[in-house]
Unconditional design. Sequence first.
Length: 214
Amino acid sequence: MNGRPPSPHVTVLLICTGNICRSALAERLGRAYLAEVMGERAAAVRLVSAGTRAVVDAGMHPDSALVLQGLGGEAGDFRARQFAGHLAAEADLVLTMTRAHRQDVLEQAPRMLARTFTLREAADLVAHLGDDEGAATDDFAGRVRSLVQAIAGGRPHRSSSEADDIRDPMGRPVEAHEEVGLTIAAALLPVLQRIAACDVPVGAEAPTASRAAL
């Protein structure tokens, strides 16, 4: 897409503001989930994150890290990084925490509209897809890219609203981080489930989000 050379891997980019709470938690939770359901094949999905006003090189916020641990993930060596347009251009799917973040992405990478969604928008669109979406090609990366096209195809039939935004827990009690973590998990895991299912041979059982540590 957009002149990029074909790749056997896919990249999912997660965006928030500081890249120390929402997108950081989403990145590491998503990695833990994919490792569980895909095993060694999880390396075929590159899950990364960045912030539109990142606290560059900072570790994950301790409250978000605590919530992440309760969800089955680990902050590990996480370090925040600043979003730049080339990160979106290199991604197969961009998931933002709010509509404002989505706009920030598109201002720097306007050709990414068909691959950029708020996380909750993507989850809602995925829920309305048929089971065969993403099965148009034989290779995993091609199936995921077809899946993203199908997600984008549902956008005209859906209205965006404030409900698509996942609020920033920064400066709020740990309970706010927990609420945000559960909201992210509820939206992210079904999307990753569909991505992981693109790697399942015909006739095999697809992974389910219930296998995550929720």
